[in-house]
Design a binder for this molecule. Sequence first.
Ligand code: SAM
Ligand code: SF4
Length: 491
Amino acid sequence: MSLNYVNLRPYLLQTNVENKIIDESKQGEALLVKNASPGSGKKLFLESYGCQMNFSDSEIVASILIDKGYTTTQNFEEADLILVNTCAIRENAELRVRNRLNDFKRVKLRNPKALVGVLGCMAERLKSQLLEEEKLVDIVVGPDSYRDLPNLIEEAEDGRKAINVILSKEETYADLTPVRLGSNGVTAFISITRGCDNMCSFCVVPFTRGRERSRDPKSIIKEAKDAFDTGFREVTLLGQNVDSYIWSGGGLKKDILTPEQKAESVNFPKLLEMVAQINPDLRIRFSTSHPKDLTDEVIHTIAAHENICNYIHLPVQSGNSRILEMMNRGYSREWYLERIASIKRIIPGCGISMDIITGFCSETEEEHKDTLSLMEAVQYDFGYMFMYSERPKTLAERKYKDDVPENIKKRRLQEIVDLQRIHSGIRTKEGVGKTHRVLIEGFSKKSQDMLMGRNSENSVVVFPKGNHKKGEYVNVFTDRCTSSTLIGEAV
Ligand code: SAM
Ligand code: SF4
């Protein structure tokens, strides 16, 4: 059994301070919709774990249930319906949810009619097993079945256990307007693809989120425009592999057969351009890019538009080609470094971050050193670093032995984290003595007299409030920094 939950959390906190893609401080955050009408009087407690895609999905779920008259609460003790949107990516993510379910037992003791539902990747992975193992769970819903939630709730209200884990080849929730929950009112997340076709050998996502589908660009543009009109100034386009976005009328991308159809379709750079043209004051970010699909066309599109941020999250997973092949990543060390060279050539100073898995099956000391040397070559701004956690039914579980001892995985992770801390410090220092265009996201964590925002490269910048406020762009000259934050004055 992997223990990396215990070990991992501090690493994430230390290395990704205030980063938005997997914000540890948001794990388990319950969503609250302000000014919702009293509706049916029923209260929904909706809590999310995992990646930003899950938080974005929860906004869809809330939209469906608010339509049915629910109001939200941040206190599960008073809820009629408790929903947990779950992650299955590593074993510890599931353990965390199992522990959390125990907390909800006392709600059922007080209010036997209260319902508990498990949504998302863990629901999809475990299916009815979850109902058998967790007696208090009434409803199990996979990521493609949220439209069915009102029916499933009715079923559960009638005393039956309710489950829908059917994966779809079409569902993108394109027509649903997500309620922007727990948001700072400045930055919003928009899903552009669902599922994943890549089958990396370590990864459970293709099993829990199904086949890759792209969303109609018209609905993406509408959602981004609506966000801008309601005061948002930054959108992050979300997908497991955004570079493989392709719209040619819906369905699975492999259904696009002819070259003519391909030429007429909307690919990722075209989509980026369309979103960038909404308004020069709307910033665009995206996540996640896949090294095998990140083309120069994408990089040139970023460079050509001031409002597409100079920042690319490009998970590498390992710096060794043999391990990358076993991981079924579809690229080698050399290919990855060539992509990095293109980014640095076309967008000098571009912010770059990564994901790395340490201690994958049969990884030797030399191969681990290859990861460290790749990090030296790239000098990432920051990263998400994990110990390998074997997941049931994945290719790696079936084919390879999880044979790197826990203490070695842990030590290698520590070396990677320590090196990243040095690189983050170097990259932050490079931003000192420069003027940065910052989008203000709110007060700094430490003081209400200071504001915080981000520059294009995704570095956090803090400065005295003056007359500035959230949602404004401001030029900040930075004269000092901490290890991960630039500090300065508005100019
Ligand atoms: N689609 C993205 C990609 O290809 O990079 C990210 C998907 S996943 C939600 C986020 C990260 O979790 C991965 O990049 C990988 O580093 C990590 N991860 C996935 N499966 C893992 C496993 N079995 N053990 C440890 N880390 C894992
Ligand atoms: Fe998982 Fe690989 Fe798909 Fe990312 S690209 S979600 S790591 S299978």
